[in-house]
Design a protein around this ligand. Sequence first.
Ligand code: BDR
Ligand code: CA
Length: 326
Amino acid sequence: MSPRVGTSKGPIPVVLDVDTGIDDALALLVAVRSVEIDLVGVGTVAGNVSAAVAARNTLRVLEVAGASSVPVAIGAARPLVEPPHEARWVHGEDGLGETNQPQPQRPPSDEDAVDQLLRLSQEHAGELVVVAVGPLTNLAIALTRDPSLADRLARIVLMGGSARSGGNRSAWAEANIACDPEAAELVFGCSVRRTMIGLDVTMQVKLEEADVQTLAQQDDAGGRFAAEILPFYLDAYASWTGERRCALHDPLAVAVVADPGLVTTYPLPTRIELHGHQTRGMTVVDLRALMRDDPANDVAVTDVALDVDVQAARSFVLRRLSGRSD
Ligand code: BDR
Ligand code: CA
């Protein structure tokens, strides 16, 4: 993936769209600690928890990370068609591993997340990268409300979907896409260049107990915060997979913006299954395009990450969680 799509030099202006969530919290920490990224705003969406709880959690993470000036705007309270479907068994009743975090000291912005996205796209026209690590509801609403948004975005990097690795919400649907398939179909059909960081790569990059112990010993509030919220996530993975190792879904999407070489992507036509009884919310990736010499070149093509440098990605995320920007 090429992150430098615009013309100016310096850090890439990024707006994060989150449903914070334990791995969303890690993604926020990675974004704040990455010199390659200028985090210009965060929008929240209903997913792992409600959009309002996601905003509270986001404000808390940013406070811990010393990034209290980044605006946090609440977005869509529910998916376009599906009823809300929270994932509290994975992230805890509070979304942060039931760690009883204090209330953040500042409130969310008065602005809605969709308005914030549209405003930021004007202020950083041609440069703004949207990193969406929750359901794609806000982005779909923004693209519908103002179709010219597509011309102002440099790229969308999304955590979601699966090309050939099956699903986690259902046999073939990944949670973020399954939460709001109609929104995802709109985003996967828009004209903005986009990168899909799906289960094919995120399920390979994992943390385990020893990493949590290392983070807990850091002389860094962000690292210790990560160590505090991770045990609940490890337990959820243990009950699901039998292994106490958790995937770094959302942090990997942010890491790829800072270091595109962590993954290998392929331009592949990709759409969302909206009707299947067993497959609603599946990302239907046309892998036949891998066999063609000339890459498919239509609006439905997404740069799909199929390979990841596991050690480099793990080490990148761990360094940033520990407060290191190298
Ligand atoms: C995605 O689903 C959510 O539970 C996680 O935060 C991540 O964004 C993984 O499928
Ligand atoms: Ca998420």
